[in-house]
Design a binder for this molecule. Structure first.
Ligand code: PXP
Length: 390
């Protein structure tokens, strides 16, 4: 029937996505043929689980998960699973896994207890339960419910170097192919009104040659909208554009121009193009993006990257992590980018609700020293490892 997930703790540093847990819990229920039952998942802190542990099991101290079966109930109630997110976070660190991956394991473990499995009844049962757990988790991972963060590469600055000489090299089209061969999951280009780097010829050739996904960054102006509609990239990212800026400065003020942007989204959607809004990590902008029908938001990571001390960077990080979860829980898909480099990327890639990172300048800069293929592979390794390990 339904899974109910209640968050009952106040630990501001532990960001979890209820939506992601619900999705995994529903999948586990279907897989174990109990989708027509009710399940309650309660996420608590160590203090609360320690109280339950003492009260019901006469054991002192916190534990990671407790299951309370209600198998005799008349109402197809499976029962309650209580998880201490505090213990889960500690264990995830020790096991070098993400908090969500570990919570999913605890959820699976708790559910198998509710279904009658018990590892405390002897070695044979313990092994059978462990095997089943591993099987379920592996299958769940393969369904894509625990997605790994993707790396999309922005090749604008290859064009910047080319344009400095007004000739044909280096070519962003060739660079995009090298990025894809080195493992990029997508190519991003920004066709600016002033064509300062990427030109019309580039987007036309890129559209024909990109084998992964093309993400066209653009201001919502008439001429560029028409080019996007003709080109039909897999997605467009709407950004604010000022002629005098060196690069995109702040996020798009979606809340302040909902009507205009809703029209652009409707045009793109009709043409089968997904739309992302490049926004600062703020509730107001997330809500507005959702209201007008965007599929994605791309959270601006510039302030986090530019922070000059740890406390400022931590605050910016928290805002990005909380915004990613908020957007995800609203049903938006979440990307992030701007200013990310070989030091700052890992923490952002570890946020489970972020699907893709858009990185340009740092990779093209490193490519000057070590070659584009190696620069991409090094960044891809950072992103893949971070999205698996906290
Ligand atoms: N995302 C958006 C919306 C951007 O405008 C840019 C810069 O073109 C990037 C990501 C990539 O930023 P950077 O080049 O600093 O990695």
């Amino acid at each position: 029937m339904s899974v109910d997930c209640t968050i009952n703790y106040d630990l501001p540093d532990l960001h979890i996505s209820r939506q992601l847990l619900l999705r995994n819990a529903n999948w586990l229920m279907r897989k174990n043929n109990v989708a027509d039952h009710n399940l309650s998942v309660l996420l608590v802190d160590d203090e609360e689980i320690a109280w339950l542990n003492k009260h019901y099991r006469k054991i002192s101290g916190p534990t990671n998960v407790l299951s309370f079966p209600l198998s005799e109930s008349l109402f197809s109630e499976l029962g309650d699973i209580v998880i201490s997110v505090e213990t889960a976070a500690r264990e995830a660190k020790e096991k070098k896994t993400t908090l969500h991956a570990h919570l999913t394991w605890l959820l699976t473990h708790g559910l198998l207890h509710l279904l009658g499995h018990d590892h405390e009844r002897g070695e044979k049962e313990a092994i059978a339960m462990w095997d089943l757990e591993q099987k379920l988790i592996t299958e769940l991972q393969n369904t894509g419910s625990n997605p790994m963060t993707h790396l999309a590469i922005n090749v604008d600055h290859v064009a910047t170097v080319r344009n400095a000489r007004g000739i044909t090299e280096p070519d962003p089209v060739t660079a995009a192919a090298i990025c894809e061969l080195a493992g990029a999951a997508g190519i991003v280009v920004h066709l600016r009104e002033d064509r300062r780097h990427i030109k019309d010829r580039d987007v036309i050739l890129l559209r024909q040659t990109i084998k992964t996904r093309m993400n066209l960054e653009m201001g919502a102006n008439k001429e560029i909208i028409q080019i996007a509609l003709d080109l039909k990239p897999e997605m467009v990212t709407l950004v604010p554009e000022k002629r005098k800026e060196l690069t995109t400065e702040g996020g798009l003020n979606v809340a302040g121009q909902k009507k205009k942007l809703a029209k652009t989204i409707a045009q793109m959607t009709k043409a089968g193009i997904a739309v992302s809004m490049f926004i600062d990590p703020e509730s107001k902008q997330i809500q507005a993006s959702h209201d007008i029908g965007a599929t994605y938001v791309e959270l601006h990571t510039g302030r986090y990257c530019d922070a000059t001390n740890d406390s400022e960077r931590n605050n910016e990080y928290k805002m990005i992590a909380a915004s990613a979860d908020e957007a995800y829980e609203m049903g938006l898909r979440v990307n992030a980018g701007h200013g990310l480099d070989y030091q700052t990327t890992s923490r952002i890639a570890a946020i489970d609700t972020i699907e893709e990172l858009s990185i340009g300048h740092a990779i093209i800069t490193r490519a000057v020293y070590v070659g584009l293929d190696q620069a991409v592979r090094e960044m891809k390794k950072i992103v893949s490892e971070a999205s698996m390990i906290v």
